[in-house]
Design a protein around this ligand. Sequence first.
Ligand SMILES: C[S@@+](CC[C@H](N)C(=O)[O-])C[C@H]1O[C@@H](n2cnc3c(N)ncnc32)[C@H](O)[C@@H]1O
Length: 227
Amino acid sequence: MSDRPREVFSRIAGRYDFLNRVLSFGQEQKWRARGIVHLPVGRVLDLGSGTGAAAAVFGDREIVALDPVSEMLALSPIPGRVVAYGESLPFDGDSFDGVFSAYVFRNLVSIPETLDEVSRVLRPGGALVVVGLGRPRGAVARFLHRIGSAVFLPIAGLLAGSPGEYWYLHRSLDKLPPPEEMFASGPLALELVWRMGPLGFVYGAVLRKAMESVPPQGGRDPVRSGG
Ligand SMILES: C[S@@+](CC[C@H](N)C(=O)[O-])C[C@H]1O[C@@H](n2cnc3c(N)ncnc32)[C@H](O)[C@@H]1O
């Protein structure tokens, strides 16, 4: 597994929450909360939980926080913490009602492997809620946003003493296709996508695991049994 997230996030762990607040103009928690509205109650995995910044908006759900970077997890207020990658989840199948993941997907080593693992650990009918950063939809908005992030993020990085990491953030915004494309195929059905933030560069998405199919009764072929 690549050590890139470890390098980046272990270096900025102590400043992550402050910088995130500054870079999102104080909106990052509101964007998480808009996703959490769609999250089932019960047992929930916070995938790429980092410093556990979403803890305050999870309500009374039972949260398991997972992240490969122990320096980030060490700052988390969530009691149940697991150091692991999304691509290889150390949990039994069907063991979570929901999975939440905010600002993580650009950093994953493999999105298909992570979606397979999320699908495995979700119970039938359970939901994955993703909040992520990308580029706005229209060509003009995308162009303006690219110029803005090329200027703004390195300046923020210099102020934070981590210019390399913030250049990485700027570059990673172009890494993935829009969510409608990224989640179009795979083990979970894409149910909903919405956009938030300036020019709509933040997206939310809800994906659902199918309910278990009911085996045919009495050995009869269900297609022909009615007629
Ligand atoms: C931008 S932070 C987001 C943290 C938190 N979800 C939040 O809302 O503030 C991205 C997090 O994803 C984690 N991460 C990177 N690669 C990962 C992977 N392959 N599997 C799971 N988490 C990963 C990083 O360690 C980091 O804590």
